[in-house]
Design a protein around this ligand. Structure first.
Ligand code: ADP
Length: 262
């Protein structure tokens, strides 16, 4: 039987006045799965990621990572198991690319320790693996959006965790950069055997990219399964309160969403 990496049971969360933005969410994710969460704005996708990442801790219900409740990990322990790549990463200082990738190693350092044996090799290997050789001394803030994304992903890989949580990894990227980034993430997570849970706004990219899709609407999961199973007109139209047609991609036989223009 497959072991679950992440088990969420009856998860509810409210920011203010007991208004629940997550309502009894149940979700199991297995090792090495690439899972995408889709859903309209405000449906609770980012809140779900933040609860799983241990950023929001006053939730109701259960979130178990490798069978242990996430609340019982301290932040450093969580950071050795989960990397949370949020939508925006904009350091206030002019760090170089290499310094940013090195930040991925911080969870492994003791107080006042700036590096440990093995850090340098991991950082160098990651820079090489993500084609960032030659970029090491460039200032992160001066890079293009696509280059920044690549560096942030390198930092995430250098953190060397078994779970990656990605909040809109392709936001602000053009169609080709999105494709390149998607292929890069896909190949690296398969190569390193990572489990990925990501939030995606681009439904067509999510369908091509993910093994499994979770559809959220109004704080609840309303469907989950393979892209073929959940990209049904009634499900997508209900979740997004829209009117679209689903077709099969003519070249890769994955479902794609077309807006009906009337
Ligand atoms: P999504 O990622 O699907 O767009 P979010 O998880 O960001 O949705 O938000 C879900 C709901 O929670 C929204 O109604 C949003 O306004 C609310 N919300 C998000 N963050 C906060 C916050 N820090 N304080 C209060 N309400 C919040």
């Amino acid at each position: 039987m497959k072991e679950d990496v992440l088990n969420v049971e009856n998860l509810s969360y409210s920011y203010v006045n007991g208004v629940k933005v997550l309502k009894n969410v149940n979700l199991k994710i297995y090792e090495k799965e690439l899972v995408g969460i889709i859903g309209p704005n405000g449906s609770g996708k980012t809140t779900l990621l933040k609860c799983i990442a241990g950023v929001l801790r006053n939730y109701e219900g259960k979130i178990q990572i490798f069978k242990r409740e996430v609340k019982t990990f301290n932040r450093k322990e969580v950071a050795k198991i989960i990397t949370f790549v949020s939508q925006s990463f904009s350091p206030a200082f002019d760090f170089t690319v290499k310094e940013i990738v090195q930040m991925g190693r911080i969870p492994y350092h003791k107080l006042f320790q700036s590096s440990i044996i093995g850090d340098q090799k991991i950082v160098d290997d990651t820079i090489l693996a993500l084609d960032l050789k030659g970029f090491e001394n460039r200032v992160f803030n001066n890079l293009s959006e696509g280059e920044k994304r690549r560096v942030v992903f390198a930092k995430a890989l250098a953190q060397d965790t078994s779970i990656l949580l990605l909040d809109e990894p392709f936001a602000h990227l053009d169609i080709n950069y999105s494709y390149e980034m998607a292929r890069l993430i896909q190949s690296k997570v398969k190569e390193y055997g990572k489990t990925v849970l990501g939030v995606f706004h681009n439904l067509n990219m999510a369908s091509l990219f993910c093994d499994k899709i979770v559809v959220m609407s109004d704080g609840k999961i309303i469907a989950e399964g393979t892209p073929e199973e959940v990209y049904k007109e009634d499900i997508i139209n209900r979740a997004f309160k829209t009117n679209c047609t689903i077709i099969s991609h003519p070249k890769v036989s994955k479902p794609q969403v077309l807006i009906n223009w009337s």
